[in-house]
Design a protein around this ligand. Structure first.
Ligand SMILES: [Zn+2]
Length: 298
């Protein structure tokens, strides 16, 4: 079992942690001495290093490996830094060891090994662009992943909710588009407001494209008698089953692994749609209106 409170506490810096800001728009080579950088450079006694120092260390290795140019800057050339643990809107500026998941389209296996070996904060190196869709768009499209070059891509997201209860989602970042806890938290709030403002009866609800299950788990926690989870991607169903256990939900749900247009379920009071960005939702909305009294697009 994951000790969430302990993990949340570990995100905080200690009183001796010193922030170092490095200019984002100037070539990194003009700003720091590459010779000085190793895994202990600027490390606090608590084990953490400032984000800018860690990302400079990462970019230094990328420059030396020639996957980015000599004039690379933190702003233009850094990989996407993701944490393997997010709590609400907290975006730590001091990074602990084995906590950073990096995503960049030009990573190679050699660079990935170097990053894992030399930068103690890096836990996983993924190849891909943040603009790529990881997952499955619709029934005609394949399941796509970010490629794991090295390390463990497990990411834990902890959302606060208006109910007081936290929701915990565990995912494999390689199999999922990038969505951090804060974004999911905003969706939960929109869902909460929709139910309240429209006085929705808390009977049966459908989480039509459930993914990791955040919205449906929320519906169960806020009192719906039954939630029908559905996702076309079998990998999301595996993640959902894990997340239901983690959130202590042991009944009141059905799970379907269907394309939404083929979903054949009982009529519901509410259908929640959280589609991939950019997906045409006209057909989806029409289907949703056939099977539920109320439809909310999150
Ligand atoms: Zn410290």
């Amino acid at each position: 079992m994951i000790d969430i409170d302990e993990k949340i506490k570990s995100l905080n810096e200690c009183e001796n942690c010193q922030d170092i800001q490095i200019k984002k728009f100037s070539p990194l080579k003009d700003l720091i001495n590459f010779e000085e950088y190793d895994g202990d450079y600027m490390r606090c006694e608590c084990g953490k290093r400032p984000l800018d120092v860690v990302m400079s260390h990462v970019l230094k290795i990328m420059i030396e490996s020639e996957i980015v140019g000599e004039k690379a800057t933190l702003r233009r050339n850094s990989p996407v830094p993701l944490s393997n643990f997010y709590f609400s809107s907290l975006n730590p500026q001091f990074i602990q060891t084995k906590s950073l998941i990096l995503l960049h389209q030009d990573f190679t296996p050699e660079v990935a090994s170097k990053l894992i070996d030399e930068v103690p904060e890096v836990v996983c190196v993924l190849k891909g662009s943040p603009r790529d869709v990881a997952g499955q768009l619709n029934k005609d499209s394949p399941i796509s992943h970010f490629e794991i070059l090295e390390g463990d891509d497990t990411q834990i997201n902890v959302m606060r909710t208006i109910l007081g209860d936290k929701i915990v989602l565990v995912k494999n970042q390689s199999k999922h588009h990038i969505e951090v806890a804060m974004t999911t938290e905003e969706k939960l709030l929109r869902l909460h407001n929709f139910i309240k403002n429209n006085d929705i009866k808390k009977a049966t609800a459908i989480d039509a494209m459930c993914g990791l299950g955040a919205l449906g788990i929320y519906l169960l926690k806020c009192g719906f008698e039954k939630v029908i989870f559905n996702d076309i991607n079998p990998e999301m169903i595996d993640a959902l089953e894990n997340n239901l256990k983690i959130n202590d939900i042991d009944g009141g749900f059905e799970i379907h692994n269907q394309s939404f247009e083929n979903l054949d379920v009982e009529h519901a009071e509410l259908c929640v749609i959280d589609a991939f960005p950019g997906v045409d939702i006209e057909e989806i909305t029409k289907k949703a209106e056939e099977i539920a009294d109320n439809v909310v697009i999150i």
